[in-house]
Design a protein around this ligand. Structure first.
Ligand code: PHE
Length: 452
């Protein structure tokens, strides 16, 4: 095979993987989950999930990627030739592709809101709910934004691993962290700061139920970008000196800090405006927050303008680095397995995603009547990929690395051929063999039978 690219520096490795992890899930999903599920009590459970389940699964993905230096499908095939384990690789690439198709739609919304807020279109007395619904169900507007967003992703991908993904992450991630710092400092001055922080951090152990624990595991998985072939593909570009456990710990730490800090941005604003309820998901960021920013900064319109512009820029950038990591596993697979140039492979993925993405987007407007199992195409993609295939993929990765792979190979990858001391290797193996697969199996059945 032709010479394969590698990431050039340690910091590039951490920032690219952190770019994948930090995404929409941190900005809108985590804070709402914390607020609704017992504040600091949820944060403690989440931390346990990240460190006892998320980090071991991430290290396992790194082991698969780095030991084979190949795209995810080839990686599984190389490690277990002619066995059914290859399903693990196929799952990763497929799920990345399908999640990508609707991730770009929501990312297109973030782009629209960023542009609208910099053009000062979000200020003034609007009915923000009607504004959002009108935008989402328009036949062309969300599609155009998704395509522009997609082309941004494409532009980074075609520049390659070092010049594209690594360079872009090294530029964007510090910028993202800077924006977060500025917004957190701003939110200190808001009248709702104390109430917002209390809502987020007051531990309420009475709210902790088994379902809450399971949603913490689910959130950790989604937020750390696990089981989608993304981190496995990135790991295939790691050099021989990359310390896998340290990288996984750094990425998880950055991801968790960003998630908590986003809570410090959102809730003080929400609590500064009487009568506003902390909504969930898209409703929170696209309907509640524009309204809140508008009222909270009523007397300081310039600050409001900057705060809202920076917030949507943050949202868009976090989506961009995550979307890049969803494009890469599919491009790498097509490039390496179908023997087409990386450039052409990237175009194939981009065009296919645009087609499917457009169908998803239209399914929320003009094509809403077309339903499968009661779900429109957008919800169907979300349900099948995130709720069904993803957990199964997670279990497969754990079983593969924990039980199928030769323990010596795993040990040699984790310790860089014996040159690193990893005192917790046994604990890692125990977590990957038992704790993680059982926990994921529990979420899976819970999601399937309770919520659907
Ligand atoms: N981790 C991202 C988030 O928090 C979502 C994502 C998952 C991105 C998988 C890429 C791959 O939003």
């Amino acid at each position: 095979m032709a010479h394969r690219a590698n990431f050039g520096s340690k910091i590039g490795v951490v920032l690219a993987a952190a770019g994948s992890a930090v995404g929409l899930g941190n900005v809108w999903r985590f804070p709402t989950e914390v607020g609704n599920n017992g504040g600091a009590a949820f944060i403690l459970i989440y931390l346990a999930c990240v460190f006892f389940i998320g980090v071991p699964v991430m290290v396992s993905e790194f082991v698969i990627g780095r030991s084979t230096h190949a795209n995810t499908i080839t990686a599984f095939r190389k490690l277990a030739p002619r066995t059914w384990w290859r399903i693990g690789g196929i799952e990763g690439v497929f799920v990345a592709f399908f999640i990508f198709c609707y991730y770009i739609i929501v990312s297109g919304w973030t782009l629209h809101y960023m542009v609208a807020s910099f053009l000062n279109r979000l200020s003034g007395d609007h009915d923000y709910k009607a504004y959002f619904q009108h935008f989402v169900s328009s036949p062309w507007e969300p599609v155009v934004y998704a395509i522009v967003f997609m082309l941004l992703v494409h532009f980074v991908i075609v520049r390659g691993v070092q010049n594209g993904i690594e360079r872009f992450s090294k530029l964007m991630m510090p910028m993202l962290l800077l924006i977060i710092a500025v917004l957190v400092v701003c939110s200190f001055s808001m009248s709702g700061f104390t109430d917002g922080v209390l809502f987020l951090l007051r531990p309420d152990f009475s709210k902790v139920t088994p379902t809450v624990v399971l949603s913490a595991v689910g959130q950790a998985f989604y937020s750390l970008s696990l089981a989608m072939g993304c981190l496995c593909t990135y790991a295939s570009y790691f050099g021989p000196k990359t310390n896998l456990t340290k990288t996984a710990l750094s990425v998880s730490l950055i991801d968790t800090c960003v998630a908590v800090l986003c809570g410090f941005i959102i809730f003080p604003a929400v609590f500064s405006v009487p009568g506003v309820e902390a909504d969930e998901g898209p409703g929170l960021v696209f309907i509640t927050l524009p309204h809140v920013f508008n009222i909270a900064f009523h007397n300081f319109p310039l600050v409001g303008y900057l705060f809202s512009g920076l917030f949507y820029l943050l949202l868009m950038l976090s989506a961009l680095t995550s979307a890049i990591s969803l494009h890469e596993p599919v491009t790498a697979y097509i490039h390496e397995e179908w023997h087409v140039s990386r450039h052409r492979a990237a175009w194939m993925v981009t065009l296919a995603c645009i087609l499917l993405g457009v169908a998803c987007s239209l399914s929320m407007g003009v094509w809403n009547g077309f339903r499968i199992g009661g779900l429109c195409l957008f919800d169907l993609f979300d349900f099948v990929s995130a709720k069904i295939i993803l957990p199964l993929g997670g279990i497969l990765i754990c079983l593969f690395v924990g039980w199928k792979l030769d323990r010596r190979l795993v040990h040699s990858e984790v310790t860089n051929n014996g040159s690193l001391r990893v005192p917790l290797f046994r604990l890692y193996l125990f977590l990957v063999r038992w704790v993680a697969p059982l926990a994921i199996a529990l979420i899976f059945f819970n999601e399937l039978f309770n919520k659907s």
